[in-house]
Ligand binder design. Sequence first.
Ligand SMILES: NC(=O)C1=CN([C@@H]2O[C@H](COP(=O)(O)OP(=O)(O)OC[C@H]3O[C@@H](n4cnc5c(N)ncnc54)[C@H](OP(=O)(O)O)[C@@H]3O)[C@@H](O)[C@H]2O)C=CC1
Ligand SMILES: O=C1CO[C@H](CO)[C@@H](O)[C@@H]1O
Length: 276
Amino acid sequence: MTTIPAKKLENGVEMPYLGLGVYKMTDREEAIQAMTEALKVGYRAIDTAALYGNETEVGEAIRSSNIPREELFVTTKVWNTDQGYDQTLKAFETSLKKLGLDYIDLYLTHWPVKEKFVDTYRAIERLYDEKLIRVTGVSNHHQHHLEKIFVKANVKPMVNQIELHPYLSQKPLLNFCSENNIAVTAWGPLGRGKILEDETISDLAGKYNKTAAQIILRWHYQNDVITIPKSVTTSRIQENMNIFDFELSQEDVRAIDDLNKDFRTGQDPDNFHFDF
Ligand SMILES: NC(=O)C1=CN([C@@H]2O[C@H](COP(=O)(O)OP(=O)(O)OC[C@H]3O[C@@H](n4cnc5c(N)ncnc54)[C@H](OP(=O)(O)O)[C@@H]3O)[C@@H](O)[C@H]2O)C=CC1
Ligand SMILES: O=C1CO[C@H](CO)[C@@H](O)[C@@H]1O
């Protein structure tokens, strides 16, 4: 079984470079089946959120896998309507109960809600001090959001989860995070399935005898980015982790870097609405 390599974070905790994203897994049977399959083939990280409505299923899949808790890396997120210091602590309790865990590996502010995201992060920092989480982090934060947090925080966010794929390569934000020892996780790493037909990527798939998804996930890995591709399809769950047995040349990494079009599949963190 392939062992997924891990990235050493700022505080020494190791986070797998690849995990299973579980957004849209709302059908209970389908969710448990996909999570169970992933854990069976070697995934050790799962990325959920209060918003996704499947924290209970994540907990069930974990328990029935019989994998020791310390080998797993569970991420969840505080949703926008629960932000602020006290509300975040409360939302965390709810997530912990739903997951049926006694700690969470990584807890993230889901989006930088104006006037609230700094207090939300301060609550995450408290959870870290109380050892209820192993790693602190945020999601969808731009440089200016992070700089506001730096002013108030004792512990800098260790992870920033952002939309990132070949059509949205986010180089300036990646560089800023790297300079500040903030690991980057790519959400929508496959462009939510919308960029798999790209001609450059298809050509590289032919050249390396891999699939388009594998080329993209390998590109992320070679750029030192953690990925959390979502799939409920057994063959794709396996396919997406078979990326550690080949290497793209530097020239081919750059060819994919050059595909950037600043194309977002989701909202812009500076101008987002969360009325759903
Ligand atoms: N922090 C945030 O704001 C956000 C976080 N996320 C997180 O990131 C995760 C991943 O992002 P997501 O939006 O799901 O998008 P992805 O880029 O992971 O794409 C998922 C889509 O691609 C398909 N797919 C997966 N693998 C393959 C493959 N090998 N070949 C062809 N198609 C494939 C899936 O289909 P199928 O399932 O049918 O196989 C699904 O339709 C989420 O699940 C969630 O955990 C996502 C959005 C926002
Ligand atoms: O995690 C998420 C899943 O996708 C949603 C719709 O784009 C996002 O808003 C949310 O952040």
